[in-house]
Design a protein around this ligand. Structure first.
Ligand SMILES: *[C@@H]1O[C@H](CO)[C@@H](O)[C@H](O)[C@H]1NC(C)=O
Ligand SMILES: *[C@@H]1O[C@H](CO)[C@@H](O)[C@H](O)[C@H]1NC(C)=O
Ligand SMILES: [Ca+2]
Length: 245
């Protein structure tokens, strides 16, 4: 990672672009700087505080070939427009694995290998946390979402081939090309947390444990407790707790 120092180095400014005022807050600087080593983000969230076509987080996956997968994440937004929740691109498919909110049709869209499945009738209310888990398996070609723990129907999207190659995984922006092609009007503004990706399909009980924030086995491809990532532009790492206990 260009310009990044190891997680225990006190000076990690070079990888933060256009963020000069951060110098005033050394603690925040340490938290928001990019990580060359995995960071434990338990109890933390990424805050995407403004609309842009630049701010994003790039995640490093521990493996790059999936015949099936489960992705879970939590997000919180008040956007009244389309927005991306998760974008995985390869050079061949910019929507190799995409989770997207279609505001007009009020549907959660899951794309696999540029093929789309849509799930309507979900109560995607603004200003609260939502857990979304998505499963897909190349053998059956079926995709399913679990919205706040409630399963959708299982829909056919794409079968036969794995998601494979030099994947680029991005939070906050939707890739129309491999690592780029961002659109302001599809960007994410709000908070995102607990992103886990597994290279297999979780059981409904495991998904329920994730949703309820009970014990579950962290993602073996993306592990929020050991996340390798790079922050580009204005994205902060903050404590997730927002209520008084
Ligand atoms: C993360 O990915 C970036 C870009 O793909 C790469 O340069 C970097 O070495 C990776 N970091 C780790 C720790 O694997
Ligand atoms: C996830 O990260 C935690 C903290 O480093 C580690 O204890 C755990 O083994 C990791 N889990 C997996 C599946 O990689
Ligand atoms: Ca787009």
């Amino acid at each position: 990672m260009l310009g990044c120092h190891s997680a225990d180095s006190p000076v990690m400014l070079p990888c933060i672009k256009s963020f000069p005022e951060m110098k005033l807050f050394p603690v925040l600087v340490m938290l928001t700087a990019c990580a060359a080593r995995p960071q434990d983000l338990s109890g933390k969230m990424f805050t995407f505080p403004l609309e842009s076509n630049t701010a994003h987080v790039r995640l490093n996956a521990s493996r790059l070939d999936f015949s099936s997968l489960t992705l879970c994440h939590r997000s919180f937004t008040d956007l009244k427009r389309d927005h991306v929740l998760f974008s995985l691109a390869t050079p061949v498919h910019s929507n190799d694995f995409l989770i997207f909110w279609d505001y007009k049709n009020k549907e959660i869209e899951s794309d696999i290998k540029d093929r789309e499945a849509v799930f309507g009738g979900r109560d995607y209310k603004p200003n609260m946390w939502h857990s979304i888990c998505t499963t897909w398996d190349s053998e059956s070609g079926l995709v399913q979402i679990w919205f706040n723990g409630l399963p959708s129907i299982r829909k056919f999207v794409s079968t036969g081939t794995n998601i494979v190659g030099p994947v680029i995984i991005i939070l906050g922006q939707e890739q129309d090309s491999h690592g780029g092609g961002f659109d302001l009007k599809q960007s994410f503004v709000g908070m995102m947390s607990d992103v886990h990706l597994w290279d297999h399909i979780l059981s409904s009980c495991e998904i329920q444990n994730y949703v309820d924030e009970l014990n579950f086995t962290p993602g073996n491809v993306l592990n929020w407790s050991a996340l390798e990532f790079e922050i580009i532009d204005r994205v902060l790492i903050e404590n997730k707790l927002m209520t008084c206990h």
